[in-house]
Design a protein around this ligand. Structure first.
Ligand code: PLP
Length: 401
């Protein structure tokens, strides 16, 4: 993996912030986009824009073919059995809301339905289940950020309808043992939804090897545009579930008395989708595959190790999330300094990190802290940037402590 060649493909990395070269370490929030993705989207609007699936004309036919080709690309990327198990959404949040709403209508009894979640979920894998009427049973985790699988096994009851767990924690970086968790859930006859928002750009994901029933992720966290994402669902379940939204494209026949629904995946894709962004997603997948998921994982792991070692040299540093299996997220506090102050001072030095609860308030409650500073790495980050970050933190920490 030739890092300069990769960086040259991301125009934003040449930007200056407060007169300094941008060091972008907020990749868990959103990744930057390579030029080829930006050009795929603008190329669509320049030469191809048409509404898909319903036109008899040339542009509509080509746009439809390009859109459906990306569905097959996603199928191949995550190892789904069928392309009609891939549903395009606006992102992870919409994917989980889709499943929560539709699954609950089909499988909840309305009498104390329970969903097991991990204690380290993003709010978007908590609130949709509460809206669907579930009582949540959280899996506890250790100080280092490892789920307690024994406790997990004890959470199942005859009210358990689903397990919803993230593949990778956005706050702690922990890679959860999804395959093992799926086996335990399936032994109880309970399906599993995996929130893959933080996994998809860091790990090779194979939904059949994982054995999960649903897998959701966002394009914008994997070098693709904002406003597009994927919900994978196993055909057997999706076939049983009612539509999430009603409108064009999701129907087979409509009368004022009765409507019948379209086949998968269109049953779950009401209205005009974000076609240009789906095409951008296809380009981002091609980009990631050309670099190679194994090469990306190895590069990011080296950055994480380098950054962890550098931060541990700083006086008063506390790391949150030190699981043996983790991806490129570093959450920390320095002494009593408020995370927001640390983030603001780093920004003055051109370094973009995230501060706060990272949409995981229960994680903050678990540690009894209001928030953390989070640095997160992507394939275009360099060891030199990590050094700049560590030196800047040293300065910031001297100012605040
Ligand atoms: N789940 C996890 C683990 C996340 O990190 C995020 C975003 O940060 C989401 C879900 C929500 O993703 P989106 O806002 O793209 O829908």
């Amino acid at each position: 993996m030739e890092i300069e060649h990769i960086r040259n493909q991301f125009p934003i990395l040449d930007e200056k912030v407060h007169g300094r070269p941008l060091v972008y370490l907020d990749n868990a929030a959103t990744t930057q986009k390579p030029l080829r993705v930006i050009e795929a989207v603008s190329g669509y609007y320049k030469t191809l824009n048409a509404n898909i699936h319903r036109g008899a004309h040339h542009l509509a036919a080509v746009a439809t073919e390009r859109y459906e080709a990306v569905r097959r690309q996603v199928q191949q990327l995550i190892g789904a059995r069928h392309s009609h198990e891939i549903v395009f959404t606006r992102g992870t949040t919409e994917g989980i809301n889709l499943v929560a709403s539709s699954f609950a209508r089909r499988y909840f009894s309305g009498d104390g339905d329970e969903v097991i979640v991990s204690g380290m979920e993003h709010h978007s894998n908590i609130v949709p289940w509460q809206l669907a009427g579930a009582r949540l049973r959280p899996i506890p985790f250790s100080d280092s950020g490892v789920l307690d699988l024994e406790a997990y096994g004890h959470l199942f009851s005859d009210k358990t309808r689903l397990v919803a767990v993230n593949h990778v924690s956005n706050t702690l970086g922990t890679v959860n043992p999804v395959r093992q968790m799926v086996d335990i859930a399936h032994a109880h006859g309970v399906p599993v939804l995996v929130d893959g928002a933080q996994a998809i750009s860091h790990l090779a994901v194979d939904v059949q090897a994982l054995g999960c029933d649903f897998y959701c992720f966002s394009g914008h966290k994997m070098y693709a545009p904002m406003g597009v994402g994927v919900m994978y669902g196993r055909e057997e379940l999706l076939d049983q579930m009612p539509p999430y939204q009603g409108g064009g494209e999701m129907i087979s026949e409509v009368t004022f008395e009765r409507t019948t629904y379209n086949q998968l995946p269109f049953k779950f894709e009401a209205g005009t989708p974000s076609v240009g962004d789906v095409i951008g997603l296809g380009e981002a997948i091609a980009f990631m595959q050309e670099v190679g998921l194994d090469a990306i994982a190895a590069h990011e792991e080296a950055l994480l190790r380098h950054a962890t070692d550098a931060l541990l040299q700083l006086p008063g540093i506390r790391l949150f999330g030190t699981a043996p299996q983790k991806t490129s997220v570093l959450s920390f506090l320095i002494g009593d300094a408020h995370p927001y102050d640390v983030g603001t001072l780093l920004d003055q030095l051109g370094i973009a990190v995230r501060t706060g609860h990272h949409c995981t308030q229960p994680v903050m409650d678990r540690y009894g802290i209001p928030g953390t500073v989070r640095a997160s790495f992507a394939l275009y980050n360099t060891p030199a940037e990590v050094d700049t970050f560590a030196t800047a933190l040293e300065k910031v920490s001297a100012m605040l402590m």
